[in-house]
Design a binder for this molecule. Structure first.
Ligand code: ADP
Ligand code: ADP
Length: 219
């Protein structure tokens, strides 16, 4: 399933966060969405998830606007930057709550905990989790609906090398399953080993839209 951003524009007051942004994200690949802090990555991802409304342009997921998707949580899984988790809640209860909030079955809670390697800590409280464990829990939440499309905002930000390596491998395996994986980072180096394709933005505008292979062959 593709994600198509067409002519996106978004302003906050006098700040132009995103301007004339057009690109397509293909399935079966990890696509890195790169740009410095403030470039407009989160704003773009929020528009993809219909959490923010574009001032111009549209986002299509599998050819439809997000709001027109029949069952959004079964189509798109998301991990947003610094997502809130209730520290007193057990990991499995957090996922049950997420499933309920998103209108999904709780059936997959233990399956997704297995997938991200958190089964053994399912009954521990999230407050005691490292950042890496919280990010895995967030990714587990994004996978509850077994969606073909994943949108992940800065999933490796602040993680240690082991945590980064694990998420990289996991994202590759999700893409190898044929999913569409869009992952942002403010560090190009964080994504060049993980991504097949890079979309680079700066000051809200598209700077590059290239396969990583083409980029490496040029340099
Ligand atoms: P990135 O995710 O690449 O760091 P953002 O999309 O968060 O970039 O921000 C793009 C620009 O829009 C920045 O100048 C930011 O301060 C501004 N911005 C983002 N969200 C808001 C908001 N809710 N209100 C005002 N300005 C915002
Ligand atoms: P990032 O740079 O990773 O997007 P931020 O700290 O800039 O993270 O933004 C976190 C949240 O605050 C987002 O929801 C964003 O939309 C909002 N935000 C960002 N910049 C501003 C701003 N200048 N005024 C109000 N809200 C903002």
């Amino acid at each position: 399933m593709t994600i198509e951003a067409q002519g996106l524009r978004k302003c906050y007051g006098t700040t132009v966060a995103v301007e004339d942004l057009t690109f397509t994200v293909q399935p079966g690949k990890v696509t890195g969405f790169v740009g410095p802090n403030g470039a407009g990555k989160s704003t773009t991802m929020r528009m993809m998830l219909a959490l923010d409304r574009p001032d111009a342009g549209v986002v299509l997921i599998g050819g439809r606007p997000y709001r027109a998707l029949r069952e959004p949580a079964l189509t798109v899984g998301a991990l947003l930057d610094a997502e809130a988790t209730h520290p007193g809640r057990r990991a499995e209860d957090h996922l049950r709550w997420m499933a309920q909030y998103n209108g999904l079955s709780r059936r997959r809670v233990h399956e997704v905990l297995d997938l991200v390697g958190l089964r053994s800590v399912a009954r521990q409280r999230v407050g005691g989790f490292s950042l890496g464990m919280r990010q895995r829990l967030g990714i587990a939440g994004a996978l509850l609906g077994d969606p073909p499309v994943l949108i992940l905002d800065e999933p490796v930000n602040g993680l240690d090398p082991d945590g980064i390596r694990w998420i990289r491998g996991f994202l590759r395996s999700l893409a190898a399953d044929g999913r569409t994986v869009l992952v942002s980072s403010h560090l190009m180096g964080e994504l060049q080993d993980t991504a097949d394709h890079l979309i680079v933005i700066g000051r809200g505008r598209l700077l590059a839209d290239t396969s990583v292979k083409a980029l490496l062959d040029e340099t």
